[in-house]
Design a protein around this ligand. Structure first.
Ligand code: MSP
Length: 468
């Protein structure tokens, strides 16, 4: 039986159309999922949308739509974006799916039954952007540092989850890597926070109507983060993938680390369910050094980039721009440079090699990649060093270009050294098969085109010149 591998993206808030930051998480997760499939594993790759909560309800109200109409429209936009980026998710979960709601309310009821929930009155500062209560100490000039808005005072009677009861268990499981958190710096960061002590958290809202009713109390809805986190588990039931739980890998951005590093495993422990195996926290994109925002007007939409550069060049660019796990800056200028690099190093390489094979009538029909010959990115992929994996692949392409420059096949032809010429071009052709194979997880369409060209020896530019 093949090894099972369950991998997830966060489920996206659909209060607006997807931007390049969302695309980053999806493309990275997709490359990892495709790599595992290529290794022969039985992969379950889940993505989806987070559709409840005050944030969505507010966005819908602004357009004078009902929340359901609103999420139904945006759902289409998200699906279209993932299609455009060639995201190979096996399922797509929406938290408004009644099946999901049913599972969430059942699990919340179970938390109540197990004695981990208590009703208390609460007053706090709530940031709608984050969908969470904030401590005074977290605010900068009275505002949420992420959303630059003053949180609103909310006081309600809420149901509280006894998060504090899980501090010791979480600490030891994270320390021992039973719950593996990477990069290491993030593991240390969360251990530091747990050491400061965990407060119980409110898991219901009296003031938010757009949500799943709290079991036994229709005046309240289930806190959107509890609803959302459970998607990873509910999906295994909804799509008949129960044997894939616990998840092998959750990929998330650093802004939602607390929820995934602390709240999610604590909920699973409270329910006596196995906890996910690994959580990888990636960094944040800035655009030309600035936070992406509508107000600044620097939001990059994936479809605009794809329209100009094509799907695979965009995938290549976001994964090669900076290390996975670190913050980094993107710009249209750098996207353009990445495209030129692909055209120069890989596009030209294919053009030249295939043109020479045709010109000198070299037979390569029987060429195929031996299992023993591949670009070894196993370590990089195990550590999720996507940029480094791509760099290795690119170096391999550069080496082929260098070999052509130093061997000068055209000179061999002139000198009548036909055997040497045939052997060199056959070898280069085989190396291009190896290159195509390595690119499958990252640039799937291009890899297909490469294999096609290497089989039929027709010349179609892989990265055509861009019309400005
Ligand atoms: N709905 C929650 C997640 C629930 S998961 C159970 C949410 N959604 S989100 O749409 O706001 O963000 C989804 C993902 O996109 C997060 O991992 C977030 O880090 C990522 N990004 C959003 N903006 C980003 C950048 N500018 N750069 C990189 N990733 C970014 O949070």
């Amino acid at each position: 039986m093949n090894k099972k591998f369950y991998i997830t993206t966060p489920i996206y808030y659909i209060n607006d159309v997807p931007h390049i930051g969302h695309a980053y998480a999806s493309v990275a997760t997709d490359a990892i999922a495709r790599y595992h499939r290529k290794q022969g594993e039985d992969v379950f790759f889940l993505t989806g949308t987070d559709e409840h909560g005050a944030k969505i309800a507010e966005a819908a109200a602004k357009l004078q739509e009902t929340p359901q109409e609103f999420v139904d429209n945006l759902d289409l936009k998200f699906r279209a974006a993932w299609k455009l980026l060639d995201i190979s998710n096996d399922e797509y979960i929406r938290t408004t799916d009644p099946l999901h709601s049913k599972i969430v309310s059942k699990l919340v009821q179970e938390l109540v039954d197990r004695g981990f929930v208590e009703k208390r009155s609460y007053e706090g500062l709530y940031c709608v952007g984050c969908e969470k209560y904030m401590k005074e100490s977290e605010l900068v000039n009275g505002c949420c540092p992420d959303h630059l808005k003053k949180p609103v005072v909310q006081s309600e009677e809420n149901y509280f989850f006894k998060l504090s009861a899980f501090a010791d268990q979480l600490k030891s499981k994270i320390e021992s890597d039973e719950i593996m958190i990477r990069p290491e710096s993030k593991k240390n960061e969360i251990l530091g926070k747990i050491n400061l002590g965990l407060d119980d958290i409110s898991i219901s809202r009296a003031s938010v109507e757009w949500g799943i009713p709290f079991p036994g109390d229709p005046e309240q809805t289930i806190y959107v983060w509890i609803d959302a986190l459970i998607n990873y588990y509910s999906a295994t039931k909804m799509y008949d993938r129960e044997d894939f739980w616990p998840a092998d890998l959750h990929i998330i951005g650093k802004d939602i680390f607390w929820f995934h590093g602390v709240i999610w495993p604590a909920v699973l422990l409270a329910l006596d369910l196995p906890v996910y195996k690994k959580l990888f926290v990636h960094g944040y994109f800035t655009v030309d050094g600035q936070k992406m925002s509508k107000t600044i007007g620097n939001v990059i939409k994936p479809e605009d980039l794809v329209a100009k550069y094509g799907t695979d060049a965009v995938r290549y660019y976001v994964l090669s721009a900076f290390p996975f796990g670190a913050d980094g800056d993107v710009s249209l200028e750098k996207m353009n440079q990445a495209y030129l690099k692909l055209a120069n190093e890989i596009g030209n390489l294919f053009q030249r090699t295939i043109a020479m094979i045709n010109k000198y009538e070299i037979s390569v029909v029987d060429n195929k990649v031996e299992k023993s010959e591949y670009i070894d990115i196993e370590h990089e992929m195990a550590e999720l060093q996507l940029m480094e994996a791509l760099r290795k692949i690119m170096l391999f392409a550069e080496d082929q270009n260098k070999a052509i420059a130093s061997t000068q096949p055209w000179a061999l032809a002139k000198e009548g050294k036909n055997e040497e010429l045939a052997s060199f071009l056959t070898k280069t052709h085989a190396n291009l098969l190896i290159l195509a194979d390595a690119l499958v997880p990252f640039m799937p369409e291009t890899a297909k085109k490469m294999n096609h060209q290497l089989a039929t020896l027709d010349l179609e530019p892989l990265f055509p010149r861009i019309e400005e």
